[in-house]
Structures are given as structure tokens and as C-alpha cells.
Unconditional design. Structure first.
Length: 57
């Protein structure tokens, strides 16, 4: 698995629940899935400059 998640966890995300309780897909997983779908195979944060003006303290 490209995300390093167990098959069962992915099944919970796909179903949207686990043992009758809602399972929300973490933002990090959603973003990683998007990146993989777009063909990103590696990422190096040092290649990007971060604009900290918009970040809350």
C-alpha cells in the first residue's frame, strides 16, 4: 500500500464507519491520496518556500 496503512483501515475509510461508529478520513490521508492520484511519487518539503504570514500563531 502506498500510504503504509493496513488494508482493514482503508476498508473503514471506504465504508465510513467502524463497528457502527463514523470514521473520518484524516486530512493527511486525504491529501496523500490526492497526491498519489495526481502522480506524485516523492515529496521534499525543502523544495518549497512556506509563506508564514497566513499561519495562525
Amino acid at each position: 500500500m502506498s500510504l503504509g496503512l493496513k488494508k482493514r483501515v482503508i476498508q473503514y475509510y471506504e465504508k465510513g464507519n467502524r463497528d457502527g461508529r463514523n470514521v473520518e478520513i484524516p486530512l493527511s490521508v486525504s491529501l496523500a491520496c490526492y497526491a498519489i492520484a495526481k502522480g506524485v511519487r516523492s515529496y521534499d518539503a525543502s523544495e518549497f518556500e512556506i509563506d508564514t504570514q497566513d499561519l495562525d500563531d
